[in-house]
Design a protein around this ligand. Structure first.
Ligand code: HEM
Length: 471
């Protein structure tokens, strides 16, 4: 059960945790849990030991040791391609794009796309983020005072951003239809299929896949039309405009229309729900800690006055960034990364055989007793500059690490910071008495939503807020 910081004990807020099984599950129970909530397959020892191995139809290892994580993600990464389960889940929608491809086909796409995501481009595109943040604040303010579920609100806000940043001013994109398709895709195909865990060949159609092929085909057709228009000379300064000009600096190769479409879809799919989750969990945590919220308000008002946050304010919003980082520690939007070993290897002195599944349970790593002092408490101070510098890079992996690190990391952090600062500047968030349950399929979602009491905030901080911020 969650406790409020502002409650009787006055300590840090301890938000809801996943229900971790207290005994070894049978194969059938693991398979059932994997469809319902992947967090429930994590054994308790994964929160106390550096590595856990087992067999559920096939051999698997869960790795929580920073040295072994570095080996899997960086030093010996060629031995650990994305797992077959991951590929089967996402390939029907996003083809052989950057997210899915391996080897030389991945390498040239990454080289071509990397400059597109450079800091200067993110700054240039951030006005779309500010505008979407203002629209979100207005939508929520129109329902205040009252209880608002912030999870769908954040999905709408980040979808607004990715559509505008990727395909500005496009008339053929039906935002509602695309958003619905992406959400349903996560809800159905995202559920780990029994067929996949049992490693049945991919040509056997999965029931959810058949059900959703239509939505995906419609989305692909919409994007094909936008790309065709742009190729006929409709130039715009957005992500698609930059991708149309992108080329591999080594070979000069640029993307075919189909490769462009698959990559844009990958950005839409990988980029909007993840960022919405980081924001929804941040707001949930902030609503339960009056001191943290007061510090945010003070920082955002000092930086932006009463207005919306823009890229210029980012250097002054460091506490916002700390809150978002701490929210992604407790609730990493991608709570688990998995790989399949290509050849034998040794991790933590243990044998890994060819074909073994290697799971990086980011959720357990981020709440591991060996690495974090108070693993289940909400303490944004854990991400101040000094503590972050002192920490091993491989203990905090919301965006992965190594060559396959999230290409949209800078995009996501910029967007989340601007939206959070714009919202807390104008609105106050307090507990509604309802606590979401952390449930992970492809992403770690708040089951039951994030219903919070929302009210408009006055032009100046109240004396109570000022006192809390200075505490
Ligand atoms: C808070 C938001 C986000 C989180 C937590 C997140 C998390 C991740 C993680 C963990 C990976 C690595 C997966 C692995 O190694 O198996 C990844 C890869 C990727 N992400 Fe993100 N992501 C976020 C936002 C975005 C955004 C905004 C975009 C694009 C606009 C994006 C596009 C991608 C792509 C294309 C890859 C594959 C990169 C490659 O393999 O070279 N992500 N993301």
């Amino acid at each position: 059960m969650a406790q409020d910081r502002t409650g009787a004990d006055g300590g840090a807020f301890v938000p809801p945790m996943a229900k971790i099984p207290d005994r070894q599950l049978s194969i059938l129970e693991v398979l059932r849990a994997a469809r319902r909530n992947l967090l429930e397959i994590i054994p308790p020892v994964a929160f106390t030991q550096p590595m856990v191995s087992g067999r559920t139809v096939a051999r698997w290892h869960m790795v929580m040791d920073p040295g072994a994580l570095k080996r899997v993600l960086l030093e010996n990464e060629e031995n650990y391609p994305k797992s077959r389960v991951t590929i089967r889940m996402v390939k029907p929608a996003i083809g052989d794009s950057l997210f899915v491809a391996e080897g030389s086909h991945w390498r040239w796409q990454r080289r071509a796309a990397a400059p597109v995501f450079a800091h200067r481009h993110m700054v240039a595109l951030s006005h779309f983020m500010t505008a979407a943040a203002e629209r979100a604040a207005e939508r929520i303010a129109a329902r205040a005072p009252g209880v608002v579920d912030l999870y769908p609100e954040m999905i709408a806000a980040t979808f607004d951003v990715i559509c505008d940043v990727a395909l500005s001013g496009s008339k053929v994109i039906d935002k509602g239809a695309v958003s619905g398709t992406v959400t349903r895709y996560f809800e159905t195909i995202g559920r780990v299929s029994l067929f996949d865990i049992m490693n049945l060949p991919s040509w056997i159609p999965r029931p959810a896949q058949l059900f959703h092929r239509r939505g995906i085909t419609d989305m692909q057709a919409m994007l094909d039309r936008v790309i065709a228009e742009r190729m006929e000379g409709d130039r715009r300064e957005d992500l698609l405009g930059l991708m149309l000009e992108a080329a591999d600096p080594e070979t000069g190769r640029s993307m075919t229309p189909e490769e462009l479409r698959d990559n844009l879809l990958a950005f839409l799919v990988a980029g909007h729900e993840t960022t919405a989750l980081a924001l929804a969990w941040s707001l949930y945590l902030v609503a339960h800690d009056a001191r943290v919220q007061a510090k945010l308000v003070e920082e955002s008002r000092a930086a932006c006055g009463g207005g919306a946050a823009t890229a210029e304010h980012l250097p002054e919003l460091s506490y916002h960034r700390q809150v978002i980082e701490e929210a992604m520690r407790l609730y990493p939007p991608v709570g688990m990364i998995s790989r399949t070993a290509r050849k034998g290897d040794t991790l933590c002195g243990r044998e890994v055989r060819k074909g073994d599944t290697v799971i990086l349970p980011v959720y357990a790593l981020h709440r591991h007793e060996m690495w974090w002092d108070t693993p289940n408490e909400f303490r944004p101070e854990a991400f101040d500059a000094e503590k972050t510098k002192a920490r091993d890079r491989y203990l905090y992996l919301p965006f992965g690490a190594g060559p396959r690190i999230c290409i949209g990391m800078g995009f996501a952090v910029t967007e989340a910071t601007l939206i959070l600062a714009t919202l807390v500047n104008r609105l106050s968030f307090t507990a509604s008495g309802q606590h979401p349950k952390p449930v992970m399929t492809l992403t770690l979602r708040p089951e039951g939503g994030v219903p919070l009491k929302v009210a408009a905030r006055g032009p100046v901080a109240t004396p109570d807020e000022a006192a809390l911020a200075g505490e």
